[in-house]
Write a protein that binds this ligand. Sequence first.
Ligand SMILES: [Zn+2]
Ligand SMILES: [Zn+2]
Length: 150
Amino acid sequence: MTTISCDCGHAKVDVLGKPLLRIICHCTLCQSFYQAPEGDPVIFKASAVKVQNDETVSYRRLRKSPAVDRGVCVKCSQPIVEFFAMPLLPDIVFIPGDRLINHPELLLDPALRIFYDSRTEDANDDLPRHEGYWQSQLALTRRLIPALLR
Ligand SMILES: [Zn+2]
Ligand SMILES: [Zn+2]
């Protein structure tokens, strides 16, 4: 088991399972949540991630479907965990990539860029790029299903 935390150390999250996939998301909601041009979360099964104390995390629901509860530390406001409920799939959790820098065994290389049409700057790599809501959702689901079945 690995325990990750925000920089102030107040919010702690236990990670018990293997990472499934890492994405780079350029959507405007991620830009707002991460306070950055893009989010780069690593995805886990929800059953593999446990917030130690729910009172240390404050959740914002930014959209209804798929339901996403994005959690920040109540003290330092740093993004720490995001819960996704996707139709027909097991619930998944996103952990911001920068929370895993000290845990290289959990920090996969990014596999794709989604919502690339919302980018604030061009990317300088060869990762597959997907634009728009449906193309991005579909690309994510197609990568996620084999990882969930592995
Ligand atoms: Zn996003
Ligand atoms: Zn904190």
